[in-house]
Design a binder for this molecule. Structure first.
Ligand code: BGC
Length: 419
């Protein structure tokens, strides 16, 4: 009869200790990220709340600018001046670049205790490690090759959701005739490249994509398929509006939300915007794979690299942050808001919508069939200097009417050598 009481008091003692212990070792964690749009901020707040619940102080270091280019510039100057944040949103090959500078912390202690090697696909954990030690923790898996559409606008235009690039241009014409901006776009070079890589995947297929944009093979970059990709990409521009230049991605998404525009080619962080605006997937907006890419998956994995810091309490907070990011509760709430899917294996998907469920299924299927490809626009594939150089060429081509596809191809071959 006494057992339940004993159990309750033991639990109460545990709880009291937990609170006191957290209080005693409370530290501050400064986190650099670029999650400032409506959906992104909701997701970032979930992380802040998790850390505060552990008794730590959250120091927000948000640098606005989709794709993170501005955030990376600010980060460099902070690290150079010897004042690194505890954690920064750094992804893909850049993790290795930062680790080589000797500024990242070894977080193997948390990774081992939490069994990350068992909880992550190997392809992901390899990217988070430098010389075999964890230096970063992954948050999610974003799919980049999506097309978001407003079904009302499509209905008004009598248009059909496109599965191929031919169908895409037919739908775009119909939307234009109905007085709707066919494609919501923001003319910033990472957005240009986000569209470009979906066109490359849809027109050329996964093998072409890998050869051209991951291996940067000169013959493929200057070949006929790339010429077709560039021509198709440029045609998309005819269906964007005159005010696209410099527009932020979330404002482009807002155009689709309001029905001013029919569709947007964007990764599934766009879904975070629809959802934050109270829109229901499958009813108020729809997701389909970017034309011609239903059998492939362009991945973009957000992660936080941990910097070497001194204060013990802050190191404790940093370790707690790393553990919290991989915890199932956080993986669920964060990704529900962010539009992405959990990176942790074996997560239940019942609370997620159909776009996320499809993404989770395709991620596994495409990994098996070799059609899972890294996003160049989002820092998953090539060194940052190369990425910057090829992004510049693609945006120059998009913005320069007189530049031929052949000219752009020659420039791409040269840019691919940038290191
Ligand atoms: C990041 C996303 C972010 C998007 C727009 C991408 O590079 O991976 O987390 O939402 O940029 O800012």
């Amino acid at each position: 009869m006494n057992t339940p009481n004993i159990r309750i008091s033991a639990r109460a003692i545990g709880l009291a200790c937990l609170l006191a212990c957290a209080g005693a070792q409370a530290g501050e964690v400064e986190v650099l990220h670029w999650w400032t749009s409506g959906g992104e901020a909701k997701a970032a707040n979930a992380l802040k709340a998790t850390m505060q619940a552990k008794g730590h102080t959250w120091k927000d270091f948000a640098v606005a600018g989709g794709g993170g280019d501005s955030a990376m510039t600010v980060l460099k100057s902070r690290v150079v001046s010897g004042n690194a944040p505890a954690a920064a949103q750094i992804k893909g090959p850049s993790i290795q670049e930062w680790a080589r500078e000797g500024v990242l912390a070894n977080i193997d202690g948390v990774a081992k205790a939490e069994k990350w090697d068992e909880l992550l696909p190997k392809a992901v954990s390899d990217v988070m490690k430098y010389k075999g030690n964890y230096v970063a923790v992954p948050v999610n898996v974003h799919r980049v090759n999506w097309l978001w559409a407003n079904p009302e606008a499509f209905k008004k235009a009598g248009a059909k959701l496109p599965a191929s690039w031919d169908e895409f241009f037919t739908a775009a014409e119909a939307l234009k005739k109905a007085g709707i901006i066919p494609v919501a776009h923001g003319g910033q070079n990472w957005q240009d490249f986000t569209t470009f890589e979906s066109v490359a995947l849809g027109v050329g297929g996964a093998d072409f994509y890998k050869k051209a944009l991951v291996q940067l093979d000169p013959a493929t970059l200057s070949g006929p398929t790339m010429e077709k990709v560039l021509a198709t990409f440029k045609r998309v521009k005819d269906y964007t509006d005159k005010n696209a230049n410099g527009r932020d991605w979330n404002l482009a998404t807002a155009m689709v939300i309001k029905g001013e525009a029919g569709m947007q080619l964007m990764g599934d962080w766009a879904k975070g915007e629809f959802v934050a605006a109270g829109k229901v997937p499958g009813k108020d907006f729809v997701c389909v794979a970017a034309p011609g890419t239903a059998q492939a998956f362009t991945f973009n994995i957000d992660s936080f690299a941990m910097f070497k810091i001194k204060n013990d309490a802050n190191v404790k907070a940093q370790n707690d942050l790393a553990a919290a990011i991989m915890a199932p509760e956080f993986q669920e709430v964060f990704n529900l808001n962010k539009g992405s899917i959990p990176v942790r294996l074996g997560m239940k998907m019942d609370k997620f919508d159909d776009c996320a469920k499809l993404s989770a299924k395709d991620f596994v299927d495409d990994a098996k069939s070799g059609t899972l490809v890294p996003s160049i626009a989002h820092g998953m594939a090539v060194p940052s200097a190369t990425e910057g150089a090829i992004k510049d060429v693609v945006s120059q081509f998009w913005n320069t009417d007189k530049m031929s596809a052949k000219d752009a191809q020659a420039k791409l071959v040269a840019a691919a050598k940038a290191k």
